[in-house]
Ligand binder design. Structure first.
Ligand code: SAM
Length: 305
């Protein structure tokens, strides 16, 4: 049973996201909407005057109403537009429904399998944070499977053009989604030319988790790099999203091509732009140097120095 990190300051309740007892985020709980232990995780949903409704799982902020568009647009549009012909998508995790909302904006996408371990996350996000999924759980293209994503990729006969690991951090049920075995099985279910993207955490405050995950990715895929986003509600940003493929071209799609594909998709995003897609892969030195085989990626023009 995980205790919910709520502290009292000046008579008011605050959610405290505690990073290794050294630092962390602090969010005033203006109104507590849901606080319980599911079969898998501790779940808290509350209203905050600055960020809107916020979801914390096992005491880590997952989604905030006012900034979730940043993460959900970048973890979906970047791989789909880089691929250019993605029809079948796998999402591991993603229980809040933000990733499927953005994926379904692509008319080219024909089928999405989403494997989410905790049905309570889906149920209460539908109830308490409906603006995140925005009805996408009812899209006929969705095949929602309640189960462990690691077990699914080890067993399924289905194959995918894009695999999105929209997971919690490597704690509790999420830990298995950062292992070499899981990434190998992700590759197993990927079609030729497919792309894998992963929620890879906040390298400044999660250096160990990040470097371990990337050493796996770099050993499994011909090309594994990362792109950077900054999500105000994720204390300790920048956040890196892992991007791996055996198809080098997925990393070097031109701005013009991305622009053409976005125009063809027929929607305008709030955060994602082709220019920002390209710039997000130009990592600062300390971030770039956390990625194994940097010299190979620089030599192949996939990273720059
Ligand atoms: N957007 C969030 C972020 O930026 O970190 C994460 C989205 S979502 C809330 C993370 C989901 O991963 C949760 O719903 C959690 O239940 C799910 N999850 C954790 N471990 C899992 C596993 N082994 N298989 C499938 N889903 C898992």
């Amino acid at each position: 049973m995980t205790k919910t990190n709520i502290i009292t300051i000046d008579g008011g309740e605050w959610f405290h996201e505690n990073w290794d007892g050294a630092a962390g985020g602090l969010f005033r709980i203006n109104k507590k909407l849901y606080s319980d232990q599911s079969a898998h995780q501790n779940i808290l949903v509350f209203e905050n005057d600055m960020f809107g409704r916020m979801l914390a799982i096992d005491n880590v902020i997952q989604v905030a109403e006012r900034d979730e568009f940043i993460y959900h647009e970048m973890i979906t549009h970047a791989p789909i537009l880089a691929h250019g012909a993605a029809k079948r998508i796998l999402i591991v995790g993603g229980g809040d429904g933000g990733a499927i909302r953005e994926v379904f904006r692509h008319n080219s996408v024909e089928h999405v399998t989403m494997v989410e371990i905790d049905p309570d996350v889906v149920d209460f996000c539908k109830k308490w944070m409906p603006m995140v999924s925005d009805g996408s759980f009812d899209d006929p293209r969705l095949n929602l499977i309640i189960g462990d994503g690691a077990k699914y990729v080890a067993a399924t006969d289905d194959r995918f053009d894009v695999v999105i690991v929209d997971s919690t951090d490597p704690v509790g049920p999420g830990a298995v989604l950062f292992t070499e075995e899981f990434y190998r099985n992700c590759k197993r279910v990927m079609k030729d030319g497919a792309v894998l993207v992963t929620q890879s955490g906040l390298p400044f405050v999660q250096r160990k988790e990040f470097t371990e995950a990337f050493s796996h990715l770099s050993g499994i895929f011909d090309y594994a790099s990362a792109y950077q986003i900054v999500v105000p509600g994720f204390w300790g940003c920048p956040m890196l999203l892992g991007f791996a493929s055996d198809e080098k071209a997925r990393f070097s799609v031109s701005h013009e091509t991305l622009r053409g594909r976005l125009n063809e998709a027929g929607f305008s995003a709030r955060y994602y732009t082709p220019a920002h897609h390209k710039s997000a892969f130009h990592l600062a030195g300390y971030l770039r140097d956390m990625i194994p085989h940097t010299e190979k990626l620089i030599a192949e023009g996939l990273l720059d120095d």
